[in-house]
Design a binder for this molecule. Sequence first.
Ligand code: BEZ
Ligand code: FE
Length: 287
Amino acid sequence: MRNVTIDNISDVVIHALADDITPRRREILTSFIRHAHDFCREVKITHGEWLEACEFMRRAGDISDENRNEFILICDILGIEVLVDMIDHPVTEGESCSTVLGPFYRENPPVLPNGASIIQKDFPDQETVLVRGRILGTDGKPLAGVTIDVWEDAPNGLYEQQDPDQPDYNLRGRFHSDASGDYSFVGIRPVPYPIPYDGAAGELLNYMGHHPWRPGHIHFMITKDGYRPLISQIFDSETEYLDKDSVFAVKEDLIGELKKAPAGSKTDYVMDFDFILKREAMAMAAE
Ligand code: BEZ
Ligand code: FE
């Protein structure tokens, strides 16, 4: 096709897709091409702006490696990770909400007994919290043997892999619900922290006039065979930034209350929080 025009270029590119690509690939590419072209037409993008965007993406690639994916951060601050999560994990049976995973999960955290502390290094200003609750099915019955990975930032606002002064796997642990579906661990009251803004994601935040801060939260990854894995966070009801999270991940149902612990307790606070898991569609079909 020669002599493409502003008006026919989208059809021309879509027409060039090979006949034998999968239907899903065709659906994604067709929609992507249409939206990307419409965006350029709508804002009348200039050549300089397009080049600037390409350079921005090059810088995002340059700063990315196996430990840092700048594109995920960029998606986060544009609300794309949370949107994808809501599309792919709709709440259909009263199960707990999921939210973004973020870049700080590490596999194989220390396996700890219920009630154990994930604090390997004390900070002078830390406040401790006993987090406890039950893991239930959507039928309200307790689920035993559920794997619960937790991770959180330290009182200096850094996850252990960002901070050479914290022990390996500090503030991380893997717990298992007991026969009554109960889990519990001791952590610290989570503090707000800025997402990494020393790269392209930070440039974009500046461009948006937005800040990098996240409200204090504790991450959870909850898995059990036959159940839909749940990636979620509990947000401290009193934390700053609850209504202005830089990655838009807060859900009302994920806000937990830290209550002052009774006198004589080992921790400063107690937080009760239950999670509800939904059966995996495949597992239900097999029954
Ligand atoms: C986090 O909660 O760890 C996180 C989520 C999105 C971007 C950066 C950090
Ligand atoms: Fe986090």
